[in-house]
Every structure is written in C-alpha cells, then in structure tokens.
Ligand binder design. Structure first.
Ligand code: ADP
Length: 637
C-alpha cells in the first residue's frame, strides 16, 4: 500500500508537496485575498521601526530640541497602523480558517466516499480499526497544519523578508553581524525535519494499531471471547505494550527539535548584545557619524521582531514535514483502486425490464490474496479455487436452493451475482448480460440480499426499513412488515415503528431481526433475491413466522437460497449441490434423493428425519421419504 510519494526521495517529496498544494487549488481567489492581507499587514509592521527611528532622531532628540508637531503626527500614524493591522488580521483569520476547514472537509468527504466504493474484499482484508484510524487520526493530524500553515508560512515569510530588507537598509554592517549564523540553522533544520517525519510516521502507525486493538477487543464479541477464555490479562498486556510505544513516540516527536529551538532562541537573545558591541566599535564610538541612536533602536526592534516569525517558520516547517508523513498515508488510501467499478459504457437495466434469469457460465473464482499473506515476491501458492468450472442456469421466478457442506462455495457463489466479487474466468449473467456490463446501481436495484446475520443501524425501526426504500410511505412500511410477519411485534413496543433498535438500541431476537430484514427486502422489491438462510435454529414459533415471511418474499422473484431449511429445499424448483467449489448434482428434491449421492447424504445429515415434522413448513409434508408439496401461496393464507 506504499505509494511512490512515501518513499522519502526528493522527487517523491516534491510530488507529495504538489499534491498537498493541489488540495488548496479550489480556493485560489480566497488565497490571493489572504496573501494581500498578509502583504499589507507585514508592510505596515515594517513601517513602525522607521517611525521609531524618526521619532528618536527627528522628533524627540532632534538637534534643535523636541519637535512636538512631528511627534503628534508620528504617534497618530502608529495608532492608525495598529488599528488597521488589527482589523485586517481579523478578516485574514476568518478567511484562512474557512479555507483550511474546507480543505479538510473535502479530504474527509473524498476519503469516505472512496472507501464506500472499495470492494468487499478490501474490508475483509483490512482491520476496521485501521480504516477508522485513517479517517480519524490521520486526517485530524493534518488538520492543524492545513488550517494554520498556509497563512502562517506566508505571513511569516513576508515578515522575515521585509524585516531583513529593512535591516539591510538601516545598516548592512549590523545586518552582517545579525545573520552570520543563519545558514547553520537552515541546515540543522532540514535534518531535524527528516527525523521528525520518520517519528511521525511511526506514531501514526502505532495509533492505528491501537485503534485496531480497541476495535477488536472492546467490541461485544471481543469482550465475550476474552471473558470466556479468561484472556483479559493478555488483552490488557497487548494494549499496554502498544500504548507504551505510543507514549515513547509522542515524547520523541515533541522533543525532536526542541533543543534546536532552544539554540535558536538563545541566538536571538544574544545577537542584540553583539549588535551593541559592534555598534560601539564600528559606529557611534569612533567618529560617531555612522550610526544614530534611532537607527540602532530601530535595528534592534526589527531584530527582535524577527525572532517570533523565524521560530514560527522553523516550527511550521517541522510540522509540515510531520504532516507530509500523514498526507502520504491518506493519499495511499485515496490511491487504492476500487477493484469493482462500472465499466465504460455500462448498461443500465431497470427493475421493470429485468426478467430475472441468472446464469453461471463456466465460472472460476478465487479470493484475492490478502496483503498479510506473506511475501509478495514469493511464487504464488497453488491457487485454491473457491469455485471452479461452475455452470448453472436459473430461470426467471424460479427458486433455486444451493446446498453443500461448509466451505463448498455456496456463499462465494451468492457473492458473484451482485458483483461483491468478480469472477476470474467465465461469466455470471443476468438476463443473458454479463453482470460486468451492467451498472453497479442497476445490479443493486435488481438484486436484494438477506444475509445470515441481520445488520441493523442504531436507528428507529422505520428508519432501518426505509434504508431499502427511502421514499416508502408509512402504509408501505406497514404492509411490508405485515408481509414479513413482524408488524404485530413492532406495534407491541411502546414506541412502535419509532422504537430504536440496533447497536445500543432495543435488542431484537434472532427471528425478529430476520423478519425485519425480510420486510426490508420486501420494501426494496428486487427482481432477484439472494437469501442466506440462518443456520442457527429458531424455536418452532419463530421458525414458522420466518418461513411464512420467506415464502411471501420469494414469490414472484428469482430466488437463490443458500438453504438450511427443509422447507426451502422442498419448495425449490431446482437444487444445486456443491462440493469443493464444484457443482456435483442438480435437480429436484425427489430426483436427487433418487440418485442417492451428495444431496441424499446431506439430506440425511442436515435435515435428519426426527426433526422434519417439527421444522417443516406448514405447506410441506414429509412421509416415508415421500414429499407432498403444496403451492406456497396456499400455505401463507
Ligand atoms: P460455504 O458458504 O459453502 O460455506 P464459502 O463460499 O464461504 O463456503 O467458502 C468457499 C471457500 O472460500 C472456502 O474454502 C473458504 O475458506 C474460502 N473463503 C471464503 N471467504 C473467503 C475470503 N474472504 N478470503 C479467502 N478465502 C475465503
């Protein structure tokens, strides 16, 4: 995930710098205004020492005695300059704050939107905490630099340059004394910056590791696991180690450069003394005509005015170096290419015009290797295909049940239809069009998925349902909930559809969540439904409610069900039995039982005879190996 910009070479740095500057491009007009404001205030700031010089030499201690008229004018000028600078300063702060924060806003928006477009594989391979850390810690890390740096650099550079020019104008000899050590500082500063940048990169990496640990071990499942296995101490140790590293790095980051600043500050404190000394020998002492008292006062005033912007500039340039490390982490994420996107000229196919046939044509598929799977240079391991040589066809409106032992490739098969992953060879076709030639938004509209564990947002039931159909009316919500057998349960809550569920809300039972998921997909009204039936057994009542709900949602749509319920395999128009990523058998329940192959074996194991009556749907009976199938519609009534 490293980019060429992160490589630390000069050209890499330049590229990275240009890219950061590019973030400010949309705000050019405002930046010009800011620049003008800075130039004006800096210019006004330089005028002051000259006024001081005039004040001393021409007004207060003029050869013929104090000149009060001039004194009044000079004082008035000083007051006006101070007021005007203050006013411009306010406007400038407003503009820089706006620009800086807008740049950050754009960066966060782009990063979030980009991550949304990443394919599923990216998220299965990256720890959630790590992704969150990029959005939170890294973006927050550059925030201060972005919001303050631009104006700080410009303002200070202008002040420094103007001061230096004014100092030279006042006395080049004194300037020589004042600047003799400058080059040393600049070299030192470049070195310190490099070190700081390296430390900053380690700090961010450590922060991201800590986020990942927190995310993993403080989630409900993580805490549960640690408690059950008595591993809390281990988790605490893990966190403690990373936390200690983090502290060390933070201290190092702050302290790198601090002694350098101390030297700079001491230098600025000492040089005025040196200037007086030199002035004594060169100027006023011998002959006295070279330097006036006013010049000397103005010069040292300028010099002390230089201290603040100079230190500020050094500090900012260190901050910039630090933030470059963060920027390269952010850009690395922005540069990730979403593996699954709309091809050029992708077709849209709307729901109304989709018939709903699904075909796998000699499909070969394997999961992309994870980044953590060892050495990229090593020879690729022998490919393990999750699916191979897979060809099957499901006609519009059919219910296809996919069965097979765990790891057979059932879930992988279901992922290929909505392009959560792409095939390696062959094609998956929807209405005889390769899914890769259709827009992703068409696929999302046509295909609906009910997964094993239902994800609910921390929001009201109504909001969770409307996630599928934002424009659904209350009546439509209710109709869907009724069809999914969940309406009665919803209205039994005090707040009804306004009950907050999900993460920290009311916890629904497994069956209730499944039925809510079914209601959600009914609202979405897809042409093709992919259903991953939950493996966990529900009690008989819940089971029946879920089964009824499923029958409703399946009717009139093409359904691919990863089947764990007897009712589903019995009702299926066609059953596909997978093993080791291959299709080994297909046919109806009766045909496959008669073949006495994989399906017959699975059937005996998974849908063992004893449980059959209890788990059987109302409409389906089973007696002595014979199936009596009834029309699904009749069962629901
Ligand atoms: P099933 O749903 O039939 O249990 P899957 O389709 O989940 O089987 O898995 C098929 C194969 O692909 C298995 O060998 C599994 O280990 C592998 N697999 C599943 N998900 C991933 C993944 N995200 N990355 C790599 N391999 C995976």
């Amino acid at each position: 995930m490293s980019t060429s910009e992160a490589d630390g070479t000069a050209s890499g740095e330049a590229r990275l710098g240009r890219r950061v500057v590019g973030l400010f491009r949309p705000y050019r007009a405002r930046l010009v205004l800011i620049g003008l404001a800075i130039l004006v205030t800096a210019g006004l700031g330089i005028v002051n020492p000259f006024l001081t010089q005039a004040m001393f030499d021409d007004a207060l201690f003029a050869p013929g005695g104090a000149r009060l008229g001039l004194l009044g004018a000079l004082v008035a000028a000083m007051v006006v300059i101070a007021l005007v600078s203050g006013l411009i300063g306010v406007g400038q702060t407003y503009l820089t704050t706006v620009v800086g924060n807008r740049v950050m806003q754009n960066l966060r928006d782009r990063l979030f939107a980009h991550l949304q477009r990443m394919h599923l594989g990216f998220f299965t391979q990256t720890k959630t905490g790590v992704i969150q850390s990029r959005l939170d810690n890294d973006v927050a890390g550059v925030q201060s630099v972005v919001t303050e740096t631009a104006s700080s650099i410009l303002g200070n550079v202008v002040t420094v340059v103007a001061s230096v020019i004014a100092m030279l104008a006042l006395s080049w000899q004194l300037s020589l004394v004042a600047f003799v050590l400058m080059p040393v500082f600049i070299l030192l500063q470049i070195r310190v910056g490099r070190v700081r940048r390296r430390v900053a990169a380690s700090t961010q990496a450590s922060l991201s590791d800590m986020s990942a640990i927190t995310q993993e071990s403080l989630s409900v499942s993580g805490v549960l696991l640690a408690k059950v296995f008595g591993r809390q101490e281990h988790e605490v140790d893990r966190y403690r180690t990373e936390n200690a590293r983090q502290t060390d790095l933070q201290v190092r980051q702050t302290m790198t450069g601090q002694s350098f600043f101390a030297v700079v500050q001491a230098f600025f404190a000492i040089t005025p003394a040196a200037v007086y000394l030199v002035a004594g020998y060169v100027g006023t002492g011998t002959g006295g005509a070279l330097l006036s008292a006013g010049t000397l006062v103005a010069f040292t005033t300028l010099q002390s005015r230089l201290l603040f912007p100079a230190v500020q500039l050094l500090r900012v340039s260190l901050d910039v170096q630090t933030s470059l490390a963060l920027f390269s982490r952010i850009f690395a994420y922005l540069d990730l290419v979403p593996a699954i996107t709309d091809p050029p000229g992708a077709r849209t196919l709307d729901k109304e015009h989709a018939a709903g046939s699904v075909e796998f044509r000699d499909v070969w598929f394997r999961y992309p290797p994870s980044e953590e799977d060892g050495d990229a240079d090593a020879l690729p391991a022998a490919p393990t295909w999750a699916l191979q040589e897979l060809s099957l066809r499901i006609e519009p409106g059919q219910l296809a049940a996919v069965v097979g032992p765990s790891g057979a490739g059932k879930t992988s098969l279901s992922y290929l239809v909505p392009r959560l992953y792409d095939v390696d060879r062959g094609a998956v076709c929807l209405d005889d069009t390769d899914v890769r030639d259709l827009t992703l938004s068409s696929l999302a509209e046509i295909i609906g998925m009910v997964t094993q564990d239902t994800y609910l947002f921390h929001a009201t039931i109504a909001e969770n349902l409307r996630y599928a159909a934002p424009d659904a009316t209350d009546a439509e919500l209710e109709a869907a909930a009724r069809a999914a057998n969940i309406h009665d349960r919803i209205v039994s809550f005090d707040l009804g559809y306004r009950t907050v569920v999900g993460e920290r809300g009311y916890r629904l039972s497994g069956g209730e969540k499944q039925r809510l998921a079914i209601a959600r997909v009914i609202l979405a009204d897809p042409r093709i439904l992919i259903l991953d039936e939950a493996t966990s057994a529900l009690d008989t009542v819940s089971e029946r409610l879920v089964q009824h709900a499923l029958q409703t949602v399946m009717s009139g749509r093409t359904t691919i069900a990863i089947a764990h319920r007897l009712s589903t395999v019995l009702a299926a128009d066609v059953i596909f039995a997978l093993d080791g990523g291959r299709l080994v058998e297909h046919g109806t329940h009766a045909e496959l039982l008669a073949r006495d192959g994989l399906y017959a074996k699975l059937y005996a194991e998974q849908f063992g005879a004893g449980q059959i009556e209890a788990r059987c749907a109302d409409g389906v009976r089973f007696r002595d190996g014979e199936v009596i199938r009834q029309e699904p519609q009749a069962e629901v009534a």
